[in-house]
Design a protein around this ligand. Structure first.
Ligand code: NAD
Ligand code: UGA
Length: 463
């Protein structure tokens, strides 16, 4: 079966870049990305490529090439569903904030709404692809909704989890380690799997395209994220031990990572992992294990989250204790708000939680991030509900560059490893700060010895 029209429901961090790359690599396929968020669609259609709702290096070029040719962004969800042969569901699957499974299970209401809308609109057979990260056996629920249409329409459900990381999304999409496709292992299912394999095979070599059953595919996505996050929590736990014993966590991670069985990636100690997925997906895994009565399995993975919370909290505590146990009325500059460099995404960013803890101590926080706008920063803090919006506006200032943010500050906290922070004139920043001037590097970004020469009192995670 050859696919000529694709619809993707959800124009977010995954739907937008993923579909842009499919459209770029398969010019013969019409790709329509739809969303209920009108502003997002307007921004995706903006002539000014700097205004795309997702910042990713290289994304603007891909969109520029394909948009209007075979890539379209629209709010007309029904029309796109109706005309497509293949529909990707790429909507958000946040942690539930209510009811059974609160604070743990994935909230599947957006997925279910999509399934119901497809069931309502579809008049011809469709392949429905789960692109969102979903708990094991969600495909069964989608299938059950779709099979109730009574219109004689045939649906095949595939799981095709996305492994891109933000900040490197385009590179990851162009050169993936693997593509994973799960489907029903019968004649119709295999036909659907092959239709999707053929799309990816336009630019990915076939030996990197794995096919399996739906459940294994869904679970593999959760497990991949859990393993990655576990490495970060493992090295972060050792960073605390290094601080107490005088070892240097960078040396430890270098020595450990050179063992080819362990590998060197994802062993950078930090102020804690953030992002929309690690925490959510591990909580989901924990919930699934608990729901099968596998309490030891659940406890094992929950520890990855607990360690991460501890790391964020102890970074904030370190700032407080170093500044003589009082930060009330003191200006603390935070450089970086995004959860990692090269993205404008702030979901679950460690910066939010460190700032929140310091604000509880009545610190004045001055933030600068190259890609995050001030309304996002206030929204992130207000969402936590720790204090009133007025108080947040009073205590938090957002600046347009590092120099302004750091002027007259008592301390600086490096929260995101943006390259531009490395190139700052640190002497000039030091000269304009209150003394003693402290710097807390949560990202190993700066040369500690150089900072000390300038006069900074410098602290890095794990040293
Ligand atoms: P996102 O919040 O950026 O985007 C989701 C979009 O779906 C939003 O724009 C929302 O308006 C839209 N939406 C929700 N319900 C809709 C509906 N009924 N009809 C039309 N549009 C609807 O989320 P994201 O970061 O793109 O993540 C999407 C999924 O992909 C999640 O399951 C996530 O776990 C997974 N994932 C994310 C990443 C990542 O790096 N962000 C990587 C891999 C997998
Ligand atoms: C992660 C996975 O890497 C992707 O494969 C997956 O598709 C995605 O989650 C998802 O499902 O959403 P992402 O969260 O975008 O991607 O970014 P990562 O590079 O994994 O970083 C996550 C967090 O861990 C960041 O805050 C980063 O700073 C932190 N990190 C990462 C460390 O603190 N140390 C490291 O060594 C690596």
């Amino acid at each position: 079966m050859k696919i000529s029209k694709i619809c993707c429901i959800g124009a977010g961090y995954v739907g937008g870049p993923t579909m842009a790359v499919i459209a770029q690599k398969c010019p013969e396929i019409k790709v329509t990305v739809v969303d209920i968020n009108e502003q997002r669609i307007t921004d995706w259609n903006s002539d000014n490529l700097n205004k795309l709702p997702v910042f990713e290096p290289g994304l603007d070029k891909v969109v520029e090439e394909a948009r209007g040719r075979n890539l379209f962004f629209s709010i007309n969800v029904d029309k796109a569903i109706e005309e497509a042969e293949m529909i990707f569901i790429s909507v958000n699957t946040p942690t539930k904030t209510y009811g059974k499974g609160k604070d743990m299970a994935a909230d599947l209401k957006y997925i279910e709404l999509c399934a119901r809308q497809i069931a309502k609109v579809a008049k011809t057979d469709k392949i429905v692809v789960e692109k969102s990260t979903l708990p094991v056996r969600t495909a069964q629920a989608i299938k059950s909704i779709l099979s109730q249409t009574g219109k004689g329409v045939n649906f095949q459900i595939l799981s095709n989890p996305e492994f891109l990381a933000e900040g490197t999304a385009i590179q990851d999409l162009l050169n993936p380690d693997r593509i994973l496709i799960g489907g029903e292992l019968n004649e119709k299912g295999i036909e659907a799997i092959n239709a999707l394999v053929n799309i990816y095979a336009s630019w990915v070599s076939k030996d990197k395209i794995l096919t399996t059953n739906v459940w294994s595919s869904e679970l593999s996505k959760l497990v991949a994220n859990a393993f990655l996050a576990q490495r970060v929590s493992s090295i972060n736990s050792i960073s605390e031990l290094c601080e107490s014993t005088g070892a240097d966590v960078r040396e430890v991670s270098r020595a450990v990572g050179m063992d080819s069985r362990i590998g060197s990636k994802f062993l950078n100690a930090s102020v804690g992992f953030g992002g929309s997925c690690f925490q959510k997906d591990i909580l989901n895994l924990v919930y699934i294990a608990k729901s099968y009565g596998l309490n030891e399995v659940a406890d094992y993975w929950e520890q990855v989250i607990l360690m991460n919370n501890h790391q964020k909290s102890r970074f904030a505590s370190k700032i407080l204790s170093t500044l003589y146990n009082t930060v009330s009325g003191k200006k603390i500059a935070m450089l970086g708000w995004a959860f990692k460099k090269d993205t404008n995404d702030t979901r679950e960013s460690a910066a939010i939680y460190v700032a929140d803890q310091l604000l509880e101590e009545k610190a004045n926080i001055a933030v600068y991030d190259p890609k995050v706008e001030s309304n996002r920063i206030y929204a992130d803090l207000n969402y936590l509900n720790s204090r009133s919006e007025d108080e947040n506006s009073l205590l938090v200032q957002v600046h347009n560059n590092s120099y302004e943010a750091c002027k007259d500050a008592h301390a600086i906290a490096i929260m995101t490893e943006w390259d531009e922070f490395k190139d700052c004139d640190w002497q000039r920043i030091y000269d304009n700060m209150l003394k003693p001037a402290f710097i807390f590097d949560g990202r190993f970004l700066l040369d500690r010895e150089e900072l000390k020469k300038i006069g900074f009192k410098s602290f890095s995670i794990g040293i």
